[in-house]
Design a binder for this molecule. Sequence first.
Ligand SMILES: [Zn+2]
Ligand SMILES: [Zn+2]
Length: 194
Amino acid sequence: MKSFDEYLHDAEIAHGHLCAGQVLGVRMAMLGLEKLGLEDPRGRDRKRLVTFVEIDRCATDAVAVVTGCRLGKRALKFRDWGKMAATFADLETGRAIRISAKESSKELARQMHPEIESKGKQQMLAYREMSADDLFSTEWVIVELNPWDMPGYKGPRIACAACGEGISFQREIEREGKTLCRGCAGEGYYKPLK
Ligand SMILES: [Zn+2]
Ligand SMILES: [Zn+2]
């Protein structure tokens, strides 16, 4: 594992700027790895870890940098819950820990550094200095991953009966005897321009 400052530097480059979210995300991921006892997430342990993130904000990028878990490797799972939390799951031992940022940490940052006017800068400094207990709640959990949600899963591609596009990882839906993609089954996030 690298040092906090090294990870923060990597996170700043990957994310495009340094912010309180980078500090939070680096600390969250380092704590998760530490609790799981994973020392080399981007090397020796790189196939052991799956990380679930619950928000698409700054900190999420830092979590990906530290853990090495990426969407394209299927090791980063996004659950759009709007919560500043992540769960780190060790596929080898079956152990998993969910870590969430405490709401109270914002108020604590104000108390620690009232002299800093900018909220972002105040939090950036305070989140470095705060104890892990003041910053995070942690909980050991069980994560049950379907075989087709595992990184490296090889399975058939099914064609949607309506649009003909291929669907991987068992994301197809059976509707009135037809196999449909989620878009054609009515879950679309877009509409054709007519
Ligand atoms: Zn940011
Ligand atoms: Zn379709």
